[in-house]
Design a protein around this ligand. Structure first.
Ligand SMILES: [Fe+2]
Length: 317
């Protein structure tokens, strides 16, 4: 028997082809059954939608097997969903987060032009949402994942990084480019063996040399994909440079790095510390920030870290 997950009616646009079957949960003589309401390959007509609105039904169901198809539908209609006043802010944040995670999963599996462009389109929609909706920050920060995977980490960095970037006054154009860069900052890791990336013990010197190649590998993947990016590269190339010149790949000092790369460096470390890893439990935000302030003072931009602590304090209380 197939399992189902709930979706809200408000996420489904009238007269679109959803791409997956939509079910209603119907109770009959004390038994509940999922009954097909609209087939995935036919249009979800306005009359069908209005009928549910009139009956006050907002919870519909999709088979677990169709999770990816539903996510693709959300991604294709993201702009519409995020500007719809009827959709609750918490739901919008969930949709942003799950769409980004599925999209980045595809990008990391297959980093080709088509998927890389998806990350750019997504970044543009997310920044529009952040700039237009005052409740976006609170709701997005609330749902960032505490389990670490390369793609959930990338979504967290792009989410927290974009909100912080707005907080320090970045303009819309830069926010859009840098958000794409943040989503793709670890793309080069797709060319490093998972046995090195997920190793629990200490890395050998040779293994660490491989890890250090991921910023340049990421930039190469972007170039090879022919995506025509410009500003996005700076985030990918410089997010592991330390202010004292001890970082990689180029050993650049603070003055030689772009401020957005220093911003991503902070968020990257913060998210890695506060999420659950295969080799360590998540640390509390306060402890992570204290550690960054006291033990990484030569690595991170201290003035920016101070602003970041203030920014998080304003949102997390
Ligand atoms: Fe990285």
């Amino acid at each position: 028997m197939p399992a189902f997950f709930p979706v809200t009616l408000s996420s489904l646009k009238a007269d679109t082809i959803i791409g997956c079957d939509i079910y209603l949960l119907v109770s009959d003589n004390g038994r509940s059954n999922h009954v097909l309401y609209c087939k995935g390959d036919t249009a979800f007509e306005n009359e069908k939608r209005e009928l549910l609105v009139r009956k006050n039904i907002n919870r519909l169901f999709v088979s677990n097997e169709d999770q990816k198809k539903y996510s693709e539908y959300l991604e294709a209609n993201l702009q519409h969903i995020l500007s719809d006043e009827k959709i609750q802010p918490e739901e919008k944040a969930k949709i942003v987060y799950s769409t980004a995670t599925t999209m980045l999963h595809d990008v990391f599996q297959e980093p080709v032009h088509k998927n890389i462009v998806r990350s750019q389109t997504f970044a543009y929609n997310m920044i529009d949402y952040i700039l237009r909706d005052g409740r976006a920050a609170y709701n997005l920060l609330k749902i960032t994942s505490h389990d670490y995977y390369t793609y959930t980490h990338s979504v967290n960095v792009a989410t927290i990084g974009s909100l912080f970037a707005r907080n320090i006054g970045l303009n819309e154009k830069d926010m859009k480019s840098f958000c794409t860069g943040m989503l793709l900052h670890d793309l080069g890791k797709t060319r490093i063996s998972p046995s090195i990336l997920n190793k629990k013990g200490q890395l050998t010197e040779e293994e660490f040399e491989k890890i250090k190649m991921h910023p340049e590998m990421g930039a190469n993947i972007l170039r090879e994909s022919g995506s025509g990016f410009k500003d996005e590269y700076i985030v990918i190339l410089q997010h592991h440079e330390n202010c004292d010149g001890s970082g990689y790949p180029y050993g650049l000092k603070k003055e030689e790095t772009h401020y957005i790369a220093r911003l991503v460096h902070i968020i990257d470390i913060y998210d890695a510390l506060t999420t659950r890893r295969s080799y360590s439990p998540p640390q509390k935000p306060f402890d992570s920030l204290k550690l960054m302030k006291n033990e990484m003072s030569n690595f991170v931009d201290q003035a920016m870290l101070k602003s970041f602590i203030k920014f998080l304090g304003g949102h997390r209380g």
